[in-house]
Design a protein around this ligand. Structure first.
Ligand code: IFM
Length: 484
């Protein structure tokens, strides 16, 4: 089993959160509404009708939360900036109270020896910009670059690590394809236009951050999946090509190689539109300092007519409280990309028998090495960071006052092992962030899915470090491999 000393002394060990999932204070101190404030109020959009209005009250409790990070022994914290807290209308006047909040957070982190890593966009577009067409409009990319410049002006003396976008695949395809994320649209293949504008926004934001004070390190975070065909048959291999294409290559290639994969553009039937916008590729492929990789699971896929390799899974995502079409690994026979997406009917997910998390996502640690290798092959000199990795389980505080989350502990150990394996293969992996520091608002799943190293009692906001957090602390302090 890996010990901390197996990874370099300057390796970044962090935790991650995102503004809408943790901050709360949604209508406080001048914050404007975002698309998630609107979407969460749509009947049936979020399990239990939950919202991020209060979330885990990080806005008021960030001091305590930073102390927890220090207690865990982590040396970095990846958080996102709420665009509508800084610019309530998405553009124009800066909200000083919003700037003050993030400055106080960053200062507290630095005081405690935890490096602040700021993500500029983690899905919470200001509603005012959605009202002007949101990511389906090219103008939103320009407004995002302005926001990046504003944020960097306000915080660049404290924050040196910047991530433009978190998981543009989700923002584009869950937000505009299946519609299970805000803004909840189903525009078919035009969801790929939203992806393009997000990527353009990334490139413009890189330039905006670099135009500010020097010393900033800037990258983008993609959610990559290990994708395997269920068999060597041509139809299954083609299914894997499609899923890898839309999930991974459609984002990796423009950012790292300045091109869109032709097969994906063809599958989408969007050749004309992408040809007309090809000049943007030079703006998207800006030099970056690192690539952030979020890894959770592997998709094993087959053509729809192939005989099942295993009985259809009974993943927890089939539970009655599941949000229809919420973010999850697709069950056998179900489309990978949700309804209303071209080509989605040509793919089905196969249960290989791997253990699953409470999200229903198969646990496949070796898939982390796959995705790091895939990114590394496109940009061999580029440093990589695992900017999210983690798992949901239905944790409870026991009679002993502790949270015995043995499955998450094991999940993290196995993925840290995979990080060490990736480095042994020569991949310049430089950091690993656990998703998440603490339980929080899991988008369409509301508060029904817990990813934290720290348990949160949502009624009292009490934080309790889980066994997985205790393991991480021991691992980071002593290189020990057990929870105590
Ligand atoms: O909670 C999310 C996070 O916001 C983005 N990456 C995946 C996590 C778990 O679903």
């Amino acid at each position: 089993m890996t010990a901390r000393s197996d990874l370099p002394a300057d390796f970044v060990w962090g935790t991650a959160t995102a503004a809408y999932q943790v901050e709360g204070a949604a209508a406080l101190d001048g914050r404007g509404p975002s698309i998630w404030d609107t979407f969460a109020r749509r009947p049936g959009a979020v399990v239990g009708g939950d919202t991020g209005d209060v979330a885990v009250d990080h806005y008021h409790r960030f001091g305590e939360d930073v102390d927890l990070m220090r207690e865990l022994g982590t040396n970095a914290y990846r958080f996102s900036l709420s665009w509508s807290r800084l610019l309530p209308e998405g553009t124009g006047t800066v909200n000083r109270a919003g700037v003050d909040f993030y400055r106080r957070l960053a200062e507290r982190l630095l005081e405690r020896g935890v490096a602040p890593w700021a993500t500029l966009y983690h899905w919470d577009l200001p509603q005012a910009l959605q009202d002007r067409g949101g990511w389906l409009e090219r103008d939103t990319a320009e407004r995002f670059a302005d926001f990046a410049a504003t944020a960097h002006d306000a915080l660049g003396d404290l924050v040196t690590s910047w991530i433009t976008l978190n998981e543009p695949w989700c923002a584009a395809f869950l937000g505009h394809g299946s519609g299970v994320h805000a803004p909840g649209l189903q525009v078919g293949a035009r969801a790929s236009h939203a992806a393009h504008h997000l990527l353009l926004g990334h490139g413009l934001a890189v330039d905006a951050v670099r135009a500010g004070r020097s010393g900033a390190s800037v990258g983008v975070t993609l959610n990559l999946y290990s994708v395997r065909p269920a068999s060597d048959g041509a139809a299954d291999r083609d299914a894997a090509r499609r899923v890898d294409g839309l999930q991974n290559r459609f984002f990796l290639e423009p950012v790292l190689a300045g091109r869109y994969p032709e097969d994906v553009v063809r599958d989408l039937g969007e050749q004309e539109w992408f040809a007309a916008n090809a000049a943007d590729l030079a703006r998207i492929q800006r030099p970056i300092d690192f690539l952030g990789v979020n890894y959770y699971s592997r998709h094993t896929v087959a053509a729809p007519d192939a005989a099942p390799l295993a009985a259809p899974d009974a993943a927890p995502d089939a539970a009655p409280d599941a949000a229809p079409g919420a973010v999850r690994s697709p069950a056998a026979g179900e489309s990978t990309f949700g309804p209303a997406f071209p080509g989605s009917e040509d793919v089905r997910s196969v249960d290989t028998g791997a253990p699953r998390t409470h999200m229903g996502w198969p646990v496949v640690p070796e898939g982390l090495v796959d995705v790091l290798e895939q990114a590394h092959a496109l940009a061999p000199a580029l440093p990589l960071h695992v900017t999210e990795n983690g798992s949901a389980y239905p944790d409870t505080v026991g009679g002993d006052g502790l949270v015995h989350d043995a499955e998450r502990l094991r999940y993290l150990q196995q993925h840290v092992d995979a990080c060490a394996a990736a480095r042994e293969r020569g991949i310049p992996l430089q950091g690993y962030f656990v998703w998440s520091l603490m339980d929080n608002f899991e988008w369409a799943w509301g508060f029904s899915r817990r990813f934290g190293l720290v348990h949160v009692d949502y009624a009292t906001q009490q934080r309790t470090v889980k066994d997985s957090g205790r393991w991480l602390r021991a691992f980071l302090r002593e290189g020990a491999t057990t929870a105590d």
